[in-house]
Design a protein around this ligand. Structure first.
Ligand code: ATP
Ligand code: MG
Length: 278
């Protein structure tokens, strides 16, 4: 509630003012990143620069993902370029790309130069996808296993991948050519015997979207099939990324407001064309 909020706020400011790093971290990291982002927006640049030295790039990445992307440019200008590059490397690739698209092209290039090669390559690939396509909203942190693995081996693998995966609810199955051949849910993994093979349990009829698919169509499929995520493939069925339901909610909001602007533009016309809504 409000009083609790006020108390947290006071403690955080107090810790910052007195340079108590541990106290600041304890209070701040207790909050949800959404609330951390609201605090960030309220602070002066100087104080935020102090905070960047108290938090890890990964912790700052969580905060940045919850800032309004239209207003995000100053945050990445006030950070040192080296720190900003690390923050991008720690983010989900889909969020990193959305934010980089809001920034000055020179700045983006400089961040990508500083970033380590693997992280930079993944982000560069994603930056090339056309706006409003599946490729432009997908993320590359998915979990894959081979059909020949046992359930036990798959679970061990899933455990190592889990900390950085966008979702662990679906594990995708690929063959030697890295083509998508199956999917298995966490529920299916948990209820299977350890010595069974993935190929025995996986669902081979995988619903996927192609990387160039319109985001509105992707949203419709997520809604119709009720999946928490959909795999994105190229024309040869290579798995390129996944789109999770939380990103679809952003798409639906964007498309709804696009449609609304179109309607508003139409109603401005003095004598509306009868076919305007057809
Ligand atoms: P259920 O709804 O059957 O009780 P669940 O709630 O555990 O299962 P859901 O998310 O509803 O899981 O997924 C249902 C099934 O769909 C799972 O068996 C999963 O393997 C499968 N599945 C997930 N993604 C896909 C996909 N892209 N294409 C086809 N099947 C999929
Ligand atoms: Mg279900």
């Amino acid at each position: 509630d409000d009083q609790e909020r006020q108390e947290v706020w006071t403690n955080i400011k107090d810790a910052l003012f007195n340079d108590h790093i541990d106290q600041f971290r304890a209070e701040f990291l207790e909050l949800h990143p959404y609330d951390q982002a609201r605090i960030f927006e309220d602070l002066d640049e100087e104080i935020r620069m102090q905070i960047y030295t108290y938090l890890s790039p990964e912790e700052v990445a969580d905060v940045m993902e919850h800032i309004d992307y239209d207003e995000i440019e100053p945050f990445f200008t006030e950070m040192t370029p080296a720190f900003a590059a690390q923050v991008f490397a720690e983010m989900s690739t889909d969020d990193a790309v959305d934010i980089l698209n809001e920034l000055d092209k020179d700045k983006v290039a400089s961040f990508l130069t500083i970033m380590d090669d693997d992280a930079a390559d993944e982000i560069k690939d994603l930056l090339h996808y056309e706006e409003k396509t599946a490729g432009s909203i997908m993320t590359t942190e998915f979990v894959v296993v081979k059909a020949g693995m046992t359930i036990k081996e798959a679970m061990v693998h899933l455990r190592t991948e889990a900390p950085d995966a966008e979702t662990i609810y679906y594990t995708y199955v690929i063959n030697e050519d890295k083509r998508l051949v199956g999917v298995i849910s966490l529920r299916d993994l948990i209820i299977s015997e350890e010595e069974w093979l993935i190929s025995d349990v996986m669902n081979e009829r995988v619903v996927s979207v192609s990387v160039g698919e319109d985001q509105e169509e992707v949203a419709r499929m997520v809604r119709d099939y009720d999946f928490l995520a959909l795999p994105v493939v190229d024309f040869q069925d290579h798995l390129l990324g996944i789109i999770t339901v939380d990103d679809i909610m952003d798409v639906m909001e964007e498309e709804a407001s696009d449609d609304y602007s179109k309607l508003a533009a139409v109603s401005d016309v003095d004598s509306p064309d009868e076919n305007a809504f057809a």
